[in-house]
Design a protein around this ligand. Structure first.
Ligand code: ATP
Ligand code: MG
Length: 392
């Protein structure tokens, strides 16, 4: 039987959460591999097995599994039945056939024994299979840096062997940490922030504020592209696009120029928080990084945050721009993020926004605005789009 064997980190799995974690992960894998013609996805002790047909191409399966959070690593494996007396003949013949035509000079065997009742230890199996491969191919064992690692897993009635192992993305299965609102701007940072929270098991609901009618649709199109890309990690996404240009214009009418950005941000949070209530999200996520721009000084972050009741998560707060940029490049969102657009935050903004805005002062300015009406206006104009992966 040809299959993929998926491993997850044990640490996240302590106690009663374990079955829940495993079922979520297996379900996500099933959905992520839709359309690739795979067989059943089943829980085995400590691992997940995905049955593959002999002709199921491995590359697309590998590519999709590499985006399933919760997976530590996975193998393309074959199964043989295991003789409970400790006779390894069937296994060693199969391994011999699998490696015979591969090109390598050095190798090692790495065995895991899930069922400790098996009469041989992992090391016994390493030695027996290693000796067989040496005799068959004339290749050398190297425990340090082998060209080829032969992975063997012994379960109670079957053994799996593999010469192909790939890294998973780590993290926790999407959804086990609840839902969060990700404020996504079309810039470099916010997609990276969303991705980081998804990696820790959060399902992201996206909210984007656009400056229409005062700007083009460019930022909205970028955000759609980015959300489509991020959907590969969570399979289904909702994006609320909220018209903000008119709200900004009203803020501009009542506020000194230097505080506009802070007032915009506070308004964004109030609207995002309403969306969070509807969507049952427990937190708001932004791509803020400390000190990067005027709105991200300690004082301004504090004043902005005060407008929201829900916890604010800022996963990039301690990262440099260069580190965030590298992560965006690895993620594949960077190219889209750097396309030119007309970010609503640059609308009606002075060249020197305040780096310190006292809360009392900001509140006083806000008393001149009908905050409730502005929130309502944003929500009423919201446009909801849905994204699926694999595309349906
Ligand atoms: P980004 O690259 O994500 O745009 P940035 O470095 O440009 O970040 P700011 O423009 O100050 O930083 O935005 C800080 C955070 O505020 C963003 O990461 C995002 O979470 C949120 N934000 C800013 N503008 C918008 C917007 N138009 N719609 C939704 N969220 C936004
Ligand atoms: Mg921005």
């Amino acid at each position: 039987m040809r299959c993929a064997i998926v491993h997850y980190h044990e640490l996240a799995l302590k106690g009663r959460n374990r079955p829940y974690f495993e079922h979520r992960l297996a379900r996500h894998i099933r959905l992520a591999l839709r359309g690739l013609g795979i067989g059943p996805v089943e829980l085995l002790p400590g691992r997940i097995r995905i049955a593959l047909a002999d002709d199921t191409p491995w590359e697309p399966v590998k590519c999709r599994l590499s985006k399933v959070f919760g997976i530590a690593n996975f193998l393309l494996a074959h199964a043989v039945s295991l003789d409970r007396t400790g006779n390894l003949d069937t296994l060693q013949t199969a391994v011999g056939e699998a490696v015979q035509d591969l090109s390598f000079s050095t190798f090692r065997v790495s065995t895991k024994r899930a069922d400790k009742r098996f009469p041989l230890t992992s090391m016994d199996v390493d030695r027996t299979i290693g000796a067989h491969v040496c005799a068959l191919t004339g290749k050398r064992v190297s425990l340090g840096h082998p060209d080829l690692t032969i992975h063997i897993e012994l379960l109670s009635t079957e053994a799996y062997y593999s010469v192909q192992r790939a890294a998973g993305p780590g993290g926790l299965p999407v959804g086990i940490s609840g839902k969060v609102i990700c404020l996504i701007s079309g810039g470099i940072d916010s997609p990276v922030a969303a991705h980081r929270m998804m990696k820790r098991g959060c399902k992201a609901v996206f909210v984007h504020f656009h400056g229409r009618p005062y700007v083009t649709r460019a930022s909205e199109e970028k955000v759609r592209e980015i959300v489509q890309l991020l959907t590969e990690y969570q399979l289904y996404s909702r994006l609320y696009s909220i018209p903000f240009g008119e709200i900004q214009r009203q803020i501009v009418l009542g506020a000194p120029a230097e505080f506009r950005v802070i007032l915009y941000r506070r308004m964004m949070l109030r609207i995002a928080e309403e969306v969070a209530r509807r969507e049952r999200c427990w937190a708001l996520v932004t791509g803020d990084s400390l000190g990067q721009v005027a709105s991200q000084t300690p004082e301004n972050l504090t004043v902005v945050e005060e407008a929201a009741q829900l916890p604010m998560l800022r996963p990039l707060i301690g990262m440099d721009k260069s580190e965030i940029t590298e992560e965006a490049q690895r993620l594949g969102t960077f190219e889209t993020s750097i396309e030119p657009d007309q970010d609503c935050c640059r609308l009606f903004v002075p060249p020197h926004p305040a780096t310190k805005s006292g809360l009392d002062h900001i509140r006083k300015i806000e008393r001149g605005l009908d905050l409730g009406a502005l929130v309502k206006q944003g929500l009423e104009g919201a446009d909801l789009a849905e994204f699926n992966f694999p595309a349906q």
